[in-house]
Structure formats: C-alpha cells, structure tokens
Design a protein around this ligand. Structure first.
Ligand code: TPU
Ligand code: MG
Length: 566
C-alpha cells in the first residue's frame, strides 16, 4: 500500500485508537482533510470554531485516552491553542494538527494570507512549543514519518498535548509506509532500583504512621493508576478522599471512600478526619491556589508523602524515573496480608461520617425553582453509566455534592478553568461514548462562550442532557469580587435550540421556573431521543451553594493580598 503524509498520519491516529478527529476547514488544511477521508477507520467530525474544536478533542481524550483536532493556519490554530493549553493543564494527550503555508513560500519573503503580515511563518510553531510537549513542522515528506511518530509518542508518554503542522502542499505528497505501531506506543519501564527504593521509603512512611489517609489527585488518570489505587486502599483499609478535581477518580461506593477534601468546601467530616490523621499519602495531586482554598488548606511537610505522577517525594528523599502505577502496585504487594492501617476509617465512623443523607424533603411543585431542587433532581438521574460535566462556577460545587454510584464519572477542568469549556468538551466526550448518560451542568455566563457547539450535538444526534443554570450572571465572580462586570445579558436559552435545529434538528429546549416544571422537564429529557435536550433552570442570582460562598471568600482574600514589602 502506498502512503502520503496525510494518510500516514491518519493511519497512525487509527492505530492509537483515534476513531474520530475534530476539524474546521480552511485552505491550508483542505488537502490534509481529504487524505483523512480516505481512512475508513477514522470519522471526521466538524466543529463551529477552532476553540471548540480543541475542546472537543480534549473531551474526546477524556473518554478515549487521546484525541485530535485538525485546523487551518493561524486564524484557526491560534484559537485552538487555548484549548491545547487546557489539555496541558489537564494532562490530556490531544494532538493539534494545523495546515501551514506552501513549502515553497518558506524563506521566500512572501507575505501570505492568514498570517500576521510578515514573511515569518514560524511564530505559530514557537507559540505551540510553549503549550505542548512536542511540536514539529513538516515541510517535506522526507522526514514526515519520524516527526509524526515523535510527536505522537511523546504526547502518549507524557499525557500532554502535541502539535504537528503540515505544509498544505506536502499533505498529499508520497511518503514512506509506517512501521509497527508498538514503536510509538512503547513505554519505558520504571527504573528497577529506583522503584525498589521508592516503595521501601513510602512503605516506611506509612508504617511509621498510626493514622494514615490517602488523598487522590486529578493526575491519577493520566498516571494510569486508578485501579492500582483501589487495590492499595483495599490492602491498607485507611480512609480515602479525593481532591475536587479528582472526583470519581476513586470509586465513591468503595468502603474506604470518605468524600472530597477541599478546605471549607469539603464533604462533611473530611477536614476533621484529615486534621486527626498523622500521615497523608498524596497520589497525583495538584495543589494550586484554588484547590488549597487560597493556600489555607495545603497538605505539605513532614506528614505528607507526595507521590506525584512523575516524581515521588517523601521525607528528604526524592525519586523519579518510575511510574506511579508501579509504585502503588509495589506498596500494595508490601502491605498485602499485613494488619490493616484502618484507624482513620474507625475514627470516620466514630465522628459520624458516612451516615446516609436524609432523603430530601418533597419540593413544593408550585414554588419557584431552587438550586437545591436542581441538585436533588440531577442526583436522582445519576446511574452507573452517567458522566457529569461540571463547568466552572457554582456547577463545580453542585456537582461536587453529588453521590456517585460505582461507574459514574465526573469531568471537571479545574486547573485551566476556561468558562465555556464544558459544552464542546462534552460534545467530544459523547462522540467517543454516546452510550453513556452524558449530563452537563453549566452556568449562563459560561454557556455564552461556546453555545454553538450544541448545534454540533444536534448534527450528530447526541442525547446529551444540559442543565443550564440561569442565575442571571457570573455568580462565582460575585462571590470572589462583585461589580457591574458580573452582569450577563440574558438570552432566551430554551428557545435557542430551535434556532440550532433549523429544519432538520432533533434538539429540544425547555425552561423551568418552578420545581414542578423541572420535574416535568426531566421526564421529557429521559425519554427524548435523537438529539440533546437543554433545560434552562431559572433561579435567583444569590441562590448558590454555601461552599461557593466560603471558598470564594478565602480565594478573594488570597487574590487581594497587597504586594509584600521587599
Ligand atoms: O454558576 P455561575 O453563575 O457562577 O456560573 P456562570 O454563569 O457560568 O459564570 C461564570 C463566571 C466566571 C468568569 C467570568 N467564572 N470565571 N470567570 C473568569 C473567566 C473568564 N474567561 C474565561 C475564558 N474563563 C474564566 N474562568
Ligand atoms: Mg451564572
């Protein structure tokens, strides 16, 4: 079989499990898109703009392990690069492919359209280098295979985005055939001596504590260590909490699970338990200003063994060059069959943790809709096959309160925190996993950034259920720092779906202003077929979670620290 640069790349994508790629057309990538259409294992999915295209690929990577977006030069790619920064922050291998100028124009002094109007076409590559783990420019078919394989292999290994630009006249050029994909997928094994030493050091840390707990962080999925962490919890029997961004990365129906650890936004009893504990094994955690509630609740120092994805620090020792998964498995072997380290579980039960919540009071159907009723209603439709996306805003805190059955998943973008991320990201996720019950909770302010992608859900007959919380503004920002800039122009959100449907769409939009209307809308949502449903939930601006208020107060205080006198 003969290959071109484009079909080579398409074949590599198919081999690593990218069955769908997201695209926006432009004259620099048209030949490349044609080459991709030749690959029958790969489906082209179109987006409304390149920011959304990047986020769709990011959401696809959440579901599938890796995703790809194909865009045009500069006007397209520079928008997509925002989402690529997000993929870097969120540890997701997303491959951004950009068409680029004709190879004959490089070094010609020519000024080209879609550029900044100088003969320098390298600026995009330079920017991409800052936001990816590998960035290559292909202006000749000769070295295309090695550059493509290098970019893909690095992204998969590091769980970070990569960037490939291909000159528009090179995409269709003949190219050598790909070798076995195992060369690209091959992972370097953990260094045996370091692994042994790290397991011994962390085991000693745990053994020296009477009351250890495990804290799960959001890099655990990227580390491929979710199942390993469950086995370690089984062996130790100690309490396990998740950081907010890692919700669902440890099964909530596991007997050792105690809830979210997030300062004043923690689940009941979790902060008390962590204060009582004498050692924290932190697995793949990200401690930033938001997750530490403004540096106020930040596990560190002597009582913490920090087993991150790529580096383990315990006491005055540090280890790298090993996989976190191998460390966790080594620890599990070490503790298997030994007496359980379950003091924190005993204490958790003693202080009243894990008590089944009282069933919510029946809401008055005629009364105005409340945040609490939305919360309880969404909770009632979560199944083991559900994935909930929680957008930045009070949706973070609403989703954080959900009790998840085994198998249910939550997706957040807490490190990058780009409002509007969730709409295209769940579109990408549902492209990979249409069989799941995909639910989105998104605020009015966030929705306005990327609303167009609901039209692509309609185009692809995705049955996503969208709860759009119309609280008349940027409530999270109101809690951090209020002003007129937190007001949002209201939209007729429920009706916007009709616009997106045009003559052929099967989307549905409903508005709920009372508790009863929400109940009815949810019934419709559960039986709706062939397209997404958006339920506009109208609540007052100040009807938010208590966690948002307390967390917002701490973050605001941290943001407003005056410059220190040097
Ligand atoms: O529930 P609620 O009202 O807090 O959510 P909503 O309505 O979606 O408002 C979100 C408000 C918000 C802003 C404006 N949260 N963070 N920001 C700052 C921000 C601005 N631009 C981007 C791309 N991302 C951001 N996080
Ligand atoms: Mg809002």
């Amino acid at each position: 079989m003969s290959y071109t640069v484009g079909t080579y790349l398409a074949e590599r994508f198919a081999q690593i499990g990218i069955k769908h790629h997201f695209a926006v057309a432009g004259d620099y990538n048209l030949v490349l898109l044609d080459q991709f259409l030749l690959n029958k294992e790969s489906t082209q999915i179109y987006c409304s703009n390149e920011l959304n295209c990047g986020f769709a690929a990011e959401g696809y990577a959440r579901a599938n392990g890796v995703g790809a977006a194909i865009v045009t030069f500069s006007v397209g790619a520079l928008s997509a690069l925002n989402a690529i920064g997000g993929a870097y922050a969120e540890n997701l291998p997303v491959i951004l492919v950009s068409g680029s100028p004709n190879s004959n124009d490089y070094a010609s002094g020519h000024i080209l359209h879609h550029t900044i109007g100088t003969p320098d076409y390298d600026y995009q590559l330079r920017i991409a280098r800052e936001l990816t783990c590998a960035a290559v420019s292909i202006i000749s078919a000769e070295d295309a295979p090695e550059k493509i394989d290098y970019a893909i292999a690095t992204a998969l290994r590091e769980k970070k985005p990569a960037y490939i630009e291909i000159a528009c006249n090179v995409a269709g050029q003949p190219c050598r055939a790909p070798g076995p994909i195992s060369a690209v997928l091959n992972e370097r094994p953990s260094d045996a001596a370091t692994l042994k030493a790290a397991v011994a050091a962390v085991a000693k840390f745990i053994e020296s504590r009477e009351k250890p707990v495990i804290l799960i962080g959001s890099k655990l999925r990227a580390a491929g260590a979710e199942e390993a962490a469950v086995r370690l919890a089984d062996a130790l029997g100690c309490s396990v909490a998740t950081m907010a961004a890692a919700k669902s990365f440890f099964p909530e129906d596991h007997p050792c699970y105690v809830g979210t650890f997030w300062g004043s936004a923690s689940s009941p009893k979790v902060v008390d338990l962590f204060n009582w504990a004498d050692g924290i094994l932190a697995l793949a955690c990200i401690f930033n200003d938001y997750s530490t509630e403004g540096w106020n609740v930040w596990p560190r120092g002597e009582t913490v063994a920090n087993a991150d994805k790529d580096i383990i620090t315990v006491g005055n020792q540090t280890f790298n060059g090993i996989h976190l998964r191998d460390l966790i498995e080594g620890l599990t072997k070490h503790f298997a069959g030994k007496a359980k380290k379950d003091a924190t579980m005993v204490e958790y039960k003693r202080i009243g943790g894990g008590v089944a919540p009282v069933a919510p009071a029946k809401a008055d159907k005629a009364a105005n809709l409340t945040r609490e009723h939305i919360q309880n209603s969404v909770q009632s439709i979560i199944t083991p096959q559900t994935t909930i996306f929680g957008e930045t805003g009070d949706s973070w805190f609403n989703v954080n309160r959900m009790k998840l059955p085994g198998g249910a998943r939550v997706e957040y973008e807490m490190q990058w925190g780009h409002i509007g991320w969730s709409v295209p990201s769940i579109f990408g996720y549902a492209t990979a996993r249409p069989e799941r019950r995909n639910i989105l909770m998104v605020g009015d302010g966030s929705f306005q950034l990327t609303a167009q992608e609901v039209a692509q859900m309609i185009r692809n007959n995705q049955e996503v259920i969208i709860f759009l919380i119309n609280n008349d503004g940027y409530t999270i920002e109101v809690q951090i720092h209020d002003g007129p800039y937190n007001n949002v122009k209201n939209w007729d959100y429920a009706n916007i779906i009709n616009t997106f449907n045009a003559t052929d769409g099967k989307g549905k939009g409903l508005r709920a202003t009372t508790n009863g209307e929400l109940d009815e809308a949810i019934k419709v949502a559960l039986s709706h077929k062939g397209g997404p449903i958006l339920i506009e939930c109208v609540i007052p601006r100040d009807d938010c979670t208590s966690e948002l208020i307390s967390w917002g107060r701490h973050v605001a205080a941290t943001n407003s620290r005056p410059p220190e006198k040097k």
